[in-house]
Design a protein around this ligand. Structure first.
Ligand code: GLA
Length: 396
């Protein structure tokens, strides 16, 4: 597990947020060179085993999860990548080829990938840039090209590459090595960089991977979710199609937060154009969890093809924020975010949100309801630890 790294102070975060507003909403940012592998043009959506199951992964879990992604409507809502995290691998053969746990995956990884594909989904796997994974399984160091070929033979569509047991290695170099190995195998594969923001990935990862973790591991607790949100928010200016900040996978439905808090978690990931990788047990999720994870109007904000990461545009007090994300059709998505423990009134000014009109239509993305036409601002009361999320469009 990664250890704690330094954090930017609240004032620092605020100043960076302001800069991000200027860059993010004015549209003046020119993306640095992007990994041109044609995938993840919108933030990747899918499911990953780690948050709920840890090392307890198996062929039957992955198959049942793929089935549940289809039957729950999650596939149709946009969830595509089914990713096995750490612990699927046990050793290397005499030829150096990575070997899957044959007790847990008796039919092998290729057969499992084929099953996932037969459901209209895509298949992902996990490795580590160092000598061993975070759970002590074989890492890819020194085997980058061989592993990339193996994954292509197995029809893998997504690789998450971790950063444990990599001391003395240079992150930009090692991740570029794996990127180049993947480029040689002739299969479009999403590269998910996971070095927890330790080596300033926002400075180099857009030309190396499709997404990069900005933070340490999320926990299924409100303060952890908030910490990851605040860190990822500082790097909004670099996100663009094919290249996304990753504040870590979703905890929605894992039981450590209330449904209001999970709605906030999901809304904030969406306004930040974060990857939406569910991390719960899809096979047994509640109706409330399913409703959150499949909200089409919130997912549409995350997946908007303009590819902007939303930013804070108004913070009247430390626990009250208004965030805005510019969308392709000229409208803006706004979350009015109450981080405090009491209900609070918040107002979203159209101009501050980046919509330079005096009158606009407002639609509530959780209530699925047009709220009407408003002048200059939309104001409402937001419950504790929750959001009101709206889409605001100029009246024509
Ligand atoms: C690290 C990563 C997690 C997960 C575990 C697996 O902690 O950050 O997301 O992949 O390793 O061991």
């Amino acid at each position: 597990m990664p250890i704690l790294s330094g954090r930017t102070t609240r004032n620092g975060a605020w100043a960076l947020g302001l800069l991000a507003v200027v860059l993010g909403l004015s549209g003046s940012y020119t993306p640095q060179s992007t990994l041109d592998n044609g995938v993840a043009l919108t933030p990747p959506m899918g499911w990953n085993s780690w948050n709920h199951f840890g090392c307890n992964v198996s062929e039957s879990l992955i198959r049942e999860t793929a089935d549940a992604i289809v039957s729950s409507g999650m596939r149709d809502a946009g969830y595509k990548y089914v990713v096995i995290d750490d612990c699927w691998q046990v050793s290397r053969g005499a030829d150096g080829v990575i070997v899957a746990d044959s007790t847990r995956f008796p039919h092998g990884i290729r057969a499992l990938a084929d099953y996932v594909h037969s459901k209209g989904l895509k298949f992902g796997i996990y490795t580590d840039a160092g000598t061993k994974t975070c759970q002590g399984r074989p890492g890819t160091y020194g085997h980058e090209e061989q592993d990339a070929r193996t994954y292509a033979d197995w029809h893998v569509d997504y690789v998450k590459e971790d950063w444990c047991n990599a001391s003395g290695l240079d992150a930009p170099t090692q991740y570029a090595k794996f990127r180049d190995a993947l480029a040689k195998v002739g299969r479009p594969i999403v590269l998910s960089i996971c070095e927890w923001g330790y080596n300033h990935p926002w400075d180099w990862a857009p030309s190396t991977g499709n997404l990069w973790r900005t933070t340490e591991d999320i926990e299924d607790k409100w303060p952890s979710m908030i910490t990851n949100l605040d860190i990822s928010a500082q790097h909004s200016a670099v996100a663009h199609p094919g290249a996304w900040n990753d504040p870590d996978m979703l905890e929605v439905g894992n039981g450590g937060m209330t449904d209001n808090e999970y709605r906030a978690h999901f809304s904030m990931w969406a306004i930040m154009a974060a990857p939406l990788i569910a991390g719960n047990d899809i096979r047994s999720m509640s109706e409330a969890t399913k409703t959150i994870l499949t909200n089409p109007e919130v997912i549409a904000v995350d997946q908007d093809s303009l590819g902007r990461q939303g930013v804070i545009v108004w913070e009247p007090s430390p626990d009250l924020q208004v965030w805005s994300k510019k969308l392709r059709d000229g409208s803006v998505a706004v979350t009015m975010f109450n981080r405090s423990t009491a209900p609070a009134k918040l107002s979203a000014s159209f101009w501050r949100a980046g919509l330079h009109v005096d009158s606009a239509k407002v639609r509530d993305l959780w209530e699925h309801k047009n709220l009407g036409t408003f002048k200059r601002e939309y104001a409402t009361t937001v419950p504790a630890h929750s959001v009101v999320m709206v889409r605001i469009a100029a009246t024509t």
